[in-house]
Design a protein around this ligand. Structure first.
Ligand SMILES: [Zn+2]
Ligand SMILES: [Zn+2]
Length: 342
């Protein structure tokens, strides 16, 4: 039984690990476990090739990865710039930036976990191009690439895709992480993430996938039950700096992790995935080690980790599971996707 507090070095906060609570009585509704068989093409899907989108634009007859500007942008070049000044201490600023959508494949019925490694490499090359292009814009200070997968995290269209928010600000969670990394370098002369990798390697129990250039693991300080990190072994501030070999190894590590997630309960494993990259505001971020963080919201099949009193009410996190146990579960499942060969 694990019952203790663990320090989250990237968020600079304590996580309460109370693993004895995982089997407490649970009477509220569970998510529907439904795995629909999807067609390869859907005529009214706004992400499938050749289809008309709500903006009136038509998707290309694409064969690989397809990028377009989001028709419902949260930040955009058209956001109002003449704002009414709020009263007193309140402040506002324009919501300018660029929001894009990246379709992974023309196949409506696939998912990132079901793409082969070569297709994930092709996707990661697009992530590199997007980071380079968007970071060159003066108004862009940060490029957030993220994927929401599954209805559990609010996604209604299963067509495999991610989004890019190129914003005129750096998101708070990234700012905290970057500050922690900078402080660690100043105090110790070492890259924080390399110390995390060394500690994980020394322990070994949460280590899931490793190849020549990349690794995947559940960190000691996991907040969600299956919180995972996928990263190159070498320190690079963003994905754009990775060599072709490192990119291939990163794709293979991500693939290995996502296949195990899907195989765990033989269902598409919902998650929020985010690339943690250095801001693009011109400052020095050599202390930042680019990584992909994956936050699956389930702690059991069809059972969500609800964010409640401590999480929403106070900004802390109670974990009902120990990542050592969850990593052991993932290591025990096959490395070949359960739907392959169908
Ligand atoms: Zn589609
Ligand atoms: Zn991070």
């Amino acid at each position: 039984m694990t019952w203790e507090q663990r320090w989250h070095p990237l968020r600079r906060e304590w996580v309460v690990v109370a693993a004895h609570r995982q089997n407490r009585p649970w009477n509220t509704e569970q998510l529907n476990r439904s795995e629909r068989v999807l067609p390869e093409y859907v005529s009214d899907c706004y992400l499938c090739p050749r289809n008309l989108r709500v903006s009136g634009a038509r998707n290309a007859d694409y064969a690989g990865v397809f990028v377009f500007d989001n028709d419902h942008p949260c930040v955009g070049p058209e956001a109002p710039t003449q704002l009414v000044a709020p009263p007193g201490i309140y402040r506002s600023r324009p919501a300018t930036g660029i929001a894009r959508v990246v379709c992974y494949t023309p196949r409506h019925d696939l998912s990132l976990a079901e793409l082969d490694v070569a297709s994930i490499v092709a996707l990661m090359e697009v992530w590199q191009e997007q980071y380079r292009e968007l970071s060159a814009r003066a108004e862009v200070r940060h490029v957030l690439v993220f994927e929401n997968r599954g209805e559990a995290v609010g996604v209604s269209n299963p067509h495999p895709h991610c989004q890019i928010y190129a914003t005129n600000f750096v998101f708070k969670g990234m700012e905290v992480e970057l500050d922690a990394e900078r402080a660690h370098l100043e105090e110790t002369g070492r890259v924080l993430f390399q110390d995390i990798l060394a500690a994980e390697r020394a322990d070994g129990r949460r280590w899931l996938v490793e190849n020549a250039g990349a690794v995947a693991f559940l960190p000691y300080f996991a907040r969600y039950a299956y919180d995972a990190i996928v990263c190159p072994k070498a320190t690079h501030p963003s994905i754009a700096e990775l060599s072709p070999g490192e990119l291939r190894d990163l794709a293979a590590a991500l693939h290995g992790l996502l296949v195990r997630f899907d195989n765990l309960w033989q269902m598409p494993f919902p998650y929020v995935l985010a690339l943690h990259q250095a801001p693009t505001d011109g400052a020095d971020y050599r202390h930042h080690h680019f990584h992909i963080q994956i936050h699956p919201p389930l702690r059991k099949p069809n059972l969500l980790k609800y964010l409640a009193g401590p999480e929403v009410g106070a900004g802390g996190f109670i974990s009902d599971t120990a990542p050592e146990d969850k990593a052991a579960e993932l290591r025990a499942v096959p490395a070949v996707h359960y739907r392959s060969g169908r």
